[in-house]
Design a protein. Structure first.
Length: 370
């Protein structure tokens, strides 16, 4: 029998990892999967005792980015177990447990942090303007929220503190602008001025949460379309992946971040801001899919702030890009000098277009709930 390996691990090393998760059989093939920016991912094929093959997904978690990987995995365990039972195991993520009932394994000697889940024969889309695919992506994220409607979000760890606390994000931006450590503030006066002018609007969802006027939900916090697995033939959505940032949050931010990504007419770092706008047809497709799953499940305040969530999170991300630019480009990976400033300007151009279209966007939301 010939064994295949195109990963940076030999098959014996991967077999040892799999043995910790009580995986039956022998590793016969390992394929490293590209696409993730943070963790290393491998498709591992086992030959089982009955002669059949079975695929699994192994991931080596980046513990530099995720400082509390145990808390991340505890959140994932609670959420995926809940969804797995809700769906009767159909099209649901399942993370395997070790002999001591943990859904992760610290590899002795290396300190590497491993996890193993079921593998889906699927396709993903990094960028898509096909309205039917966007509708189905909305269904996937809507079903994720639907499945967790009866889950108590307060039992989850806040693995990234104040992740979507827009007010604190803006306070940090303006504090760093006052410091101007790298002498870059003079060139970004227009960007700072616009963010200041919409500060209260951008912080309104955070304020409503603190007042108790919006409920805390389980949120995904990375609702890009490439985090949905689709059936290769039918293109039906199978499941939502990449749950590393799942924690308590607001539905409007999950909805808004998906819109920011999927209804933008350009890339996130488009240099020509004249090309940047929100496509209302693409927004409509995603919104209809998302809300088709949640009729009667969201509060009136949640429904009335969904479109606003798109604007708020776009301003928040622009502020984060700008803050990183002002403090030496240390957080976001950049490809060229001034990349974070280009991102800032593109996101602010999108936010300005959203601001003009907010009434139309919210009307689409209301119609989608009928």
């Amino acid at each position: 029998m010939s064994y295949a390996n195109n990963s940076d691990y030999n098959l014996q090393e991967l077999q040892k990892v799999g043995d910790q998760f009580c995986i039956e059989g022998t590793v016969i093939e390992a394929q490293q999967i590209n696409g993730g920016n943070i963790n290393r991912t491998y498709k591992i094929t086992y030959k089982r005792e009955d002669g059949s093959n079975k695929d699994y997904l192994f991931q080596k978690v980046n513990t530099y980015v995720f400082k509390n990987p145990v808390e991340v995995m505890e959140n994932i365990d609670k959420v995926t177990t809940h969804i797995y039972h809700k769906r009767g195991g159909i099209n649901a993520l399942h993370f395997h447990h070790t002999k001591d009932r943990k859904n992760y394994y610290f590899e002795e000697g290396t300190g590497f942090f491993w996890r193993v889940r079921n593998y889906f024969d699927s396709v993903t889309f990094d960028v898509c303007n096909d309205v039917q695919i966007l509708y189905l992506a909305g269904v996937a994220f809507g079903n994720f929220q639907k499945d967790l409607q009866d889950f108590d979000a307060t039992v989850l760890h806040e693995t990234i503190k104040d992740f979507h606390n827009t007010r604190k994000r803006l306070e940090q931006l303006f504090a760093d602008a006052d410091q101007d450590e790298y002498g870059r503030v003079a060139e970004v006066q227009a960007e700072l001025s616009y963010i200041k002018s919409v500060r209260e609007k951008a912080c309104s969802l955070t304020d409503l949460l603190e007042k108790g006027e919006l409920p805390l939900r389980v949120t995904h916090n990375d609702t890009k379309i490439n985090n949905v697995l689709f059936d290769p033939e039918t293109k039906d959505p199978l499941t939502v992946i990449d749950l590393d940032t799942v924690m308590p949050g607001l539905v409007a931010y999950d909805f808004g971040d998906a819109v920011r990504f999927s209804a933008n007419t350009t890339a996130e770092d488009e240099k020509d801001i004249r090309k940047v706008s929100l496509d209302l047809e693409q927004f409509k497709s995603f919104a209809e899919g998302f809300l088709s799953c949640l009729k009667g499940d969201l509060t009136p305040n949640e429904v009335s702030t969904l479109a606003l969530g798109s604007f708020c999170i776009t301003i928040e991300l622009a502020a984060r890009f700008l803050d990183d630019y002002l403090t030496g480009d240390k957080y976001f990976k950049t490809c060229y000098e001034g990349h974070n400033l280009v991102r800032t300007k593109a996101q602010l151009a999108l936010a300005k277009d959203m601001e003009k279209k907010l009434d139309d966007m919210q009307e689409i939301v209301y119609r989608s709930m009928e």
